[in-house]
Design a protein around this ligand. Structure first.
Ligand code: DSN
Length: 430
């Protein structure tokens, strides 16, 4: 008889079992400041680790290519309805395996090979799928980029307008992968309308803030909105597409926008959906409807703001002068220490951050001049402003004493104390 418990796993595959245990301990005993990571609830994790993973269900509810989908259909329908409700969207596709897949599906739905797209530059806060030269997106579509103003380090709408008029893109993308300010979707819409372009928002980072009403809503301004489900949304690893039903540029076409999106996801770029993850997305959408979720999102912003303030107080330059959301990027070039070294030394004391380009960065992508930090995971632990400020002080202790083993040992002890005081996954049975 197959028993699917972790205890069985320990006997079947002790090596993997031991590594899973170690990784869980790392997450429990460390301070996760990578803004795209979070701690999903035990309910979300439970739904993922189920035999739903065994099922094939190519197609959509009530239109599958396999039998045996009675319950899978109900699960996906619930996930779709909940996604539409929390995002106030006309249409939702819950099948994308990731944010990159969600973006790829939107391109396939909206564009033809060779079409022009204006995206936000990677160094200004964009994502690889928004037209990085090393990404598939530039192999199929012609990308051009807008950035931020050198003065304010905020999106420069004059530049956006100028480039849109010159380049006449069919699609404009806006996003906040490492952009710490609010996105003005209405302004983007006005510019997109000048040339009749689609507008897409990739809200992977800020989805939770949007649901909680703490960031401007991409609808009704955007045609399509993509997100991941595991960042501020705090669900399982996965992607999601939200869209309008009507296609503004192709009103008389055979397919409407929602149908185009669905066909692009399946059979366009994906095969069978991951039904266990879709069930888990449904659980996370339900969690996102609760008042506690809104409170959590508000605390994320408060923690993030005080972290930025604390850095500034200590003379560290925060890109754009601060943050409106869950993340910030700091300029570490004045320390004269590579960001890779800083990231690695922080890792050793149990503080996890990620190095990141800053606007107009002269450093190479492997060793850029910034560190990106975010508050979603520490806020899930229960950190408030006091602890958030302390985290900044610990980070700076390490950076300012990068070769001092004694100081780093003391910081590691402080990290241990903090994680003990604010434990995570205490009651979860592995
Ligand atoms: N890798 C994600 C992030 O860290 O922001 C984006 O896909």
């Amino acid at each position: 008889m197959l028993e699917l418990t972790i205890m069985q796993l320990s006997r079947t595959d002790p090596k993997i079992y031991a590594l899973i245990k170690k990784e869980i301990a790392r997450q429990r005993n460390g301070l996760v400041l990578i803004p795209s990571e979070n701690y999903a609830s035990p309910a979300v994790l439970k739904a993922m680790g189920t035999p739903l993973s065994n099922k094939y269900s190519e197609g959509y509810p009530q239109k599958r290519y396999y039998s045996g989908n009675k319950f899978i259909d109900q699960i996906e329908e619930i996930a779709i309805e909940r996604a539409k409700k929390i995002f106030r969207a006309e249409h939702a596709n819950v099948q994308p395996h990731s944010g990159s897949q969600a973006n790829a599906a939107c391109y396939l739905a909206l564009l033809r090979p060779g079409d022009r797209v204006l995206g936000i530059d990677l160094k200004a806060g964009g994502h690889l799928t928004h037209g990085s030269p090393v990404n598939f997106s530039t192999k199929f579509y012609k990308f051009w980029h807008y950035g931020v103003s050198p003065k304010t380090e905020r999106i420069d709408f004059e530049e956006v307008r100028r480039k849109v008029r010159k380049f006449k893109p069919k699609l404009i993308i806006t996003s906040t992968t490492s952009y710490s300010r609010k996105l003005n979707f209405r302004k983007f819409r006005r510019i997109a309308d000048e040339v009749g372009a689609y507008l897409m928002a990739d809200i992977a980072h800020i989805a939770g803030l949007v649901i909680a009403g703490l960031h401007p809503h991409p609808f009704p301004w955007c045609d399509v909105v993509t997100t991941t489900t595991h960042k501020t949304l705090r669900g399982p690893r996965g992607g999601l597409i939200l869209s309008k039903i009507e296609d503004r540029l192709d009103k008389k076409g055979k397919l409407n926008l929602a149908e185009k999106i669905d066909r692009a996801v399946f059979p366009g770029i994906q095969g069978g959906p991951q039904d266990h993850v879709i069930a888990s997305k449904a659980v996370c959408f339900l969690e996102a409807m609760k008042p506690a979720f809104k409170k959590y999102q508000a605390q994320i912003i408060r923690n993030s703001r005080v972290m930025a303030e604390e850095f500034k107080k200590r003379g560290i330059r925060v890109i754009s002068g601060g943050t409106d959301n869950h993340l910030m990027v700091i300029d570490i070039s004045p320390f004269g220490i590579g960001s890779k070294i800083i990231q690695d030394e922080l890792d050793k004391v149990g503080i996890f951050v990620n190095r990141n380009a800053i606007p107009f960065d002269k450093g190479p992508p492997y060793n850029p001049s910034g560190i990106r930090l975010g508050s979603p995971a520490i806020t899930t632990r229960g950190f408030r402003e006091k602890e958030a400020r302390k985290v900044v002080r610990l980070i700076l202790e390490v950076i300012e004493n990068i070769d001092n083993q004694k100081v780093k040992k003391e910081v590691a002890e402080e990290v241990k104390k903090l994680t003990k005081k604010f434990p995570i996954y205490e009651d979860f049975q592995w």
